[in-house]
Design a protein around this ligand. Structure first.
Ligand code: NAD
Ligand code: GLY
Length: 357
């Protein structure tokens, strides 16, 4: 098991990562003072383990899926905590993917102005990214992650055993964030490009700690996302979130990969990314999703980029795109120009499809 600690002005958050982390760390929790939050799929798969490890601790189960990450479900969690008699000496345990982690984290930050939080991520995406760093949120009025708080978990327990039940599609979502880290970190990029099977379990375990280490360093430097470093973690997300908001059909991690592809196109068109490097990142993306969708109404979907928190002011769209190995670039474009490039990218995907038809 490997450990690392994120020290920020608000607290120390320790990450325990590797096989055996779940058994070793949960044995130290006080079962009498826990409030567990999970989702229906995780409960179905791990209900026996939850009972064995957390005993009679109250367990709040959300319906699985992004649709649960809302204000109404948040209020239900807080009501359940109150009726279970949760006090300040309790710890909230978030056992699940990024949806459970984000909403449970926000509930922990609000209840009695903050109770301890332990994140136990069970998806690859949550293990490599969302459980670490203290961003918590719910979606509101159709806008993603618009209500939230920075609230660091006391600890994050990352155990690869949970990935054995994860559908391949969810592995793809996690790989979306891993490839994002590849675009930000030359060491991760080198390891990704040298690896044939990105889905290999041992490889994913190595990648998990590498991504967490990258994120931990960024969060230590810029916990509140005000210094410029943390926004690099949003690479591919401006377009990814816009498509996610508009289409709703796929999962966050898939949209991150698709967003990265479209933003790579813009980076090349604006001369911010060398074609050779862009080709190598596209090859990585295509190892995970064979076919990048040529969304028919990509232009309208791109209009939703204005809701991205980076674009809260003005008529320009800011996006973080790959620049060179190990480095990202921020590209700021007038909204119409951004939508124009998105449409051009879509058209180039259609041409490619026609060529191969
Ligand atoms: P998710 O939580 O919806 O999980 C995906 C699916 O996997 C769900 O159906 C879930 O029930 C199931 N699942 C969970 N663990 C499983 C297991 N071990 N075996 C089988 N099935 C399992 O989605 P996600 O991809 O984990 O997270 C996406 C969310 O994370 C989005 O809401 C996104 O906005 C958020 N996010 C937050 C941050 C952050 O910094 N806070 C970063 C990235 C993403
Ligand atoms: N996932 C982006 C961040 O944590 O800042």
């Amino acid at each position: 098991m490997q450990t690392l600690t994120i020290n920020t002005p608000s607290c120390a958050s320790t990450i325990y990562c590797g096989s055996g982390a779940f058994a070793a760390r949960t044995a130290l929790l006080n079962r009498e003072r826990l409030f567990v939050i999970t989702d229906s799929n995780v409960k179905k798969l791990y209900g026996g383990l939850i009972e064995q490890i957390f005993g009679n601790a109250p367990c709040h189960v959300l319906p699985a899926g992004e649709r649960s990450k809302n204000y109404r479900r948040l209020m239900q969690i807080l009501a359940a905590m109150l009726s279970a008699g949760v006090t300040r000496s309790y710890t909230v345990v978030a056992l699940g993917g990024g949806v459970v982690g984000d909403i449970a984290g926000l509930a922990a930050s609000l209840y009695m102005r903050g109770v301890d939080l332990v994140q136990i991520p069970t998806t690859l995406l949550a293990q490599v990214d969302s459980s670490v760093g203290g961003k918590t949120a719910v979606d509101f009025n159709g806008v993603k992650n618009i209500i939230g708080a920075f609230y660091q978990p006391r600890e994050v327990i990352v155990d690869p055993m949970f990935l054995s039940t994860l559908p391949r599609r969810e592995l793809r979502c996690g790989l979306g964030e891993i490839i994002k880290y590849g675009a930000l970190d030359s060491d991760i990029y080198g390891r990704l490009t040298a690896q044939d099977n990105l889905f290999d379990a041992a490889f994913l375990e190595d990648m998990t700690f590498a991504c967490i280490s990258h994120k931990a360093a960024v969060v230590c430097a810029d916990e509140r996302d005000t210094g410029g470093q943390r926004k690099t973690l949003n690479l591919g997300h401006t377009t990814g979130h816009a498509f996610e908001l508009y289409y709703k059909r796929r999962s966050h991690g898939e949209y991150v990969l698709i967003g990265m592809y479209y933003e790579l196109f813009i980076a090349q068109k604006t001369g911010r990314c060398a074609p050779e490097y862009a080709r190598s990142l596209i090859a990585l993306i295509k190892k995970v999703i064979k076919k990048v969708p040529a969304f028919a109404d990509a232009e309208s979907a791109a209009g939703f980029a204005k809701y991205d928190k980076k674009n809260a002011e003005g008529s320009h769209i800011s996006l973080i795109a790959p620049g060179a190995v190990g480095g990202s670039v921020e590209i700021i474009l007038p909204a119409e120009e951004y939508c124009h490039y998105i449409a051009q990218c879509r058209d180039s995907l259609i041409q490619e499809e026609d060529k191969h038809a």
